[in-house]
Write a protein that binds this ligand. Sequence first.
Ligand SMILES: Nc1ncnc2c1ncn2[C@@H]1O[C@H](COP(=O)(O)OP(=O)(O)OP(=O)(O)O)[C@@H](O)[C@H]1O
Ligand SMILES: [Mg+2]
Length: 659
Amino acid sequence: MSETTPSAFETQTFDDRIDVDVKIGSADVFAIIKRSLGYLRDFRHLLTAKIVLVLVSIIPGIVIVWLPKIMTDQVVLGRPFHDDEVPFPPYMMPFVNLIRDWSQMEIMGAVIALFVLVLFIFGRGENSVELAQGEDSATQSENAMNAGSSATSGIVGFIETLVHVRLSQHLTNRIRSDLFARMKELPTTTLDDQRIGDAVYRVMYDATQLPSLCHLITLRPIITIVGAAVMIYLMNYSYGDVAPELIYFALALIPLSLITTVPLAPLFRRVEQNSRAAGSATTNALEQSLGNIRLVQSLGGMSEELKSVDEKSQTSFRQFFYVRVVGVLVYFASLAALIGMTIYAALGISNDVIAGRLTVGDFWVIGTFFFGLGEAALGIGTLWITAQGHSAALRRVFFFIDQKTERDDAAGEITFGDSVRFDGVDYHYPNGRAALRDINLELSAGEVVAIVGATGSGKTSLAYMIPGFLRPTRGSMWIDDVDSASISVESLRANATYVFQEHQLLSTSIRENLALAKPDATDDEMREALTTAGAIDFVTDLPAGLDTVLGRSGDTLSVGQQQRLCIARGLIRKTPILVLDEPTAALDPETENALVTALRKPDDARLVVIIAHRLSTIRRADRIIFLDDGEIRDVGRHDELMASDTGYRRYVELQSGSG
Ligand SMILES: Nc1ncnc2c1ncn2[C@@H]1O[C@H](COP(=O)(O)OP(=O)(O)OP(=O)(O)O)[C@@H](O)[C@H]1O
Ligand SMILES: [Mg+2]
């Protein structure tokens, strides 16, 4: 099997930064299939029901197929039933024996009655529940997840379709939840690189391929093998003497379709991967422009942005077109095999009818069998090629499910009591940037510590260590003499609240934003926190008070108000450690004063870490940690540090000189 493909289908790099090695081979596809089938374990009752119904739905096909023969031979041509002609299969004999001596009209009535009965139970033709579908991932994904079908309609078909839809929905829901759970637990540094548009695409469109793959691998072989076995039996039983070679010719379609389609498998995977990556890139571009719409509008970048989305969208369409082209290639490859067989079979059957070995009515029966068998053989022969597209999509899902998350790191629990100690801590970001070097520091309960330093000096990086947003790349952080490497993120975050430098609010009500920190917070607790954060006045003035719904990321409030709300949300958790990253930027000196005073209650055993620029805040800290280019330069009280020639003093003088 050749892995070389035309250049238009070459693997391209789209805008993924994490999932960059997208090439998969046949062995990977086997692994993906095996893993996908594991999802069926929890839904085996539905799967069993579906399989039973699939098998039951073979019945109408093998009954109805004989009715046109009786209509033609016995009703229209008026021939009596002859035992020396082609025998009816055993299951038809009770019916045949019943009508054997009836008149032509009576036989017709019986045939119609049987037909109506079969029609009632099994309906005529297929039944399917699906939405209007185009050649795009969105509607196809929607169908992959919510559609169901049955080879029959009637009562059996109705039940089978329902079972099918439920099974697909359960499978999609399970894999989506797995994927989403994993994505939201990714380490902070991975999340920085994971584009939201791409994540949405994987959850919405890639995950939905699970039911399709599961159905393909389980149901298709069962349907085709059982169906083929029944047809071979019937053909042999009734026509074995006349046309045994027809069976072999129909079965030859299995190797023939394999030979013609398998070489296309690597190409199929490649174009499917590219198409999905291009689709993600379009979603990313949309997310990027809509997420920063204010910026885009203000910088007059509307037409540029439109062009970018437009280009991504065009690329995505082109990639999808390639998928279709390869799909058509595969289809024709398998069809070529079928066409050859059909011509041969049609000639053969006609010859036998003319020569009198078969009746005219036999033409229908044998033709139906031959095509049924041929289709079954094609179904098996094209199974592998069909699995390629689904596998390419599911690889993208499993890639993220397999990502190491913060939860995997450690499981220990702790309740902070005395101290946080940094012992020779370095931190390097994944891109190699050394943000912290050899940090040795002990922070104690009851202290208010200020972290000070120029922009980019590593203040946020250092503070991020405390709730475990970042873990030391060298050295260790100890909490009450327990190595934080052994403490779970949940436990670290239960002890420490971090109020971010960039305020982050949800577009829900103020109450819901506060409840995010403490779901069972009472109104009094909320008011208390809002008061300390200097937010109570404007919240009370809002028409709906606590129930006021905010705009996108809190946009309907002023920036200072948003920040105060974030501080209140941090306060409400009442954790033993509180980290405030530049909280005072949007506070006026008076509010800030009140906040620091509230945080400095003498009996408070809380450890408060404030990253601050404003001198009045820094001054009131018990200790100042002065950072310079990732290293601790000075530690001490404001007065002490100002008394000698310290880096801190130069920094303060520079600040006040320029300010
Ligand atoms: N996700 C990241 N990946 C790579 N480098 C980063 C990342 N975040 C920060 N850095 C780098 O690490 C260094 C320290 O950044 P940090 O955010 O800790 O600075 P800071 O002192 O908080 O600055 P500021 O006062 O501007 O908030 C900077 O040089 C920055 O460029
Ligand atoms: Mg910072």
